[in-house]
Unconditional design. Structure first.
Length: 165
């Protein structure tokens, strides 16, 4: 791995983590829990909620949720660092993708360790149909996974064009 990949990884992951934590701290210090500020009527609000579980509240009622979710997060973070170390200079897009995933996983891990739950505040809905509230860390993970899949599929397509079966 080149120094450029390390630089890209730490800058993107660091900025993502900083932005995630700053927005969560702002929401926590400036809004009361369960309050909502409409941004676009019937579509989007800033709504302060806390999620004790994983995605969509999975494991929220489980007694083992904190050790399990912290453990899974730590394993994911280590796996990402190992994967980034193995990437070549040509794979900058994959480095960025993994940086987003790392930032999101680290951001939610910090919340779980600090609060025992994750601060969510992005509320997307249509009339009374709500998507589960989420945060910038969740967005970074989704964006990173999408980017990783896109780069991987592109790489596979290029390989199949070079070496047709």
């Amino acid at each position: 791995m080149s120094i450029h990949n390390y630089l890209i990884f730490f800058v993107v992951a660091g900025l993502g983590l900083l932005l995630d934590q700053a927005t969560k701290l702002y929401i926590d210090h400036n809004m009361a829990l369960y309050t909502s500020i409409p941004v676009i009527d019937n579509i989007f609000s800033i709504t302060y909620v806390r999620n004790p579980g994983a995605a969509f509240g999975i494991f929220a009622e489980s007694g083992f949720r904190i050790p399990f979710l912290v453990g899974v997060s730590l394993i994911a973070l280590i796996a990402i660092v190992v994967a980034v170390r193995k990437l070549s200079v040509k794979e900058k897009g994959v480095v960025v993708a993994l940086s987003f995933i790392f930032a999101g996983a680290a951001g939610n891990l910090i919340d779980r360790i600090r609060l025992g739950e994750v601060i969510d505040f992005l509320d997307v809905y249509w009339k009374s149909y709500h998507w589960p509230a989420f945060n910038l860390a969740d967005s970074a993970i989704c964006l990173g996974v999408f980017m990783y899949a896109a780069f991987t599929l592109k790489e596979e397509r290029q390989r199949s064009l070079i070496n047709p079966a």
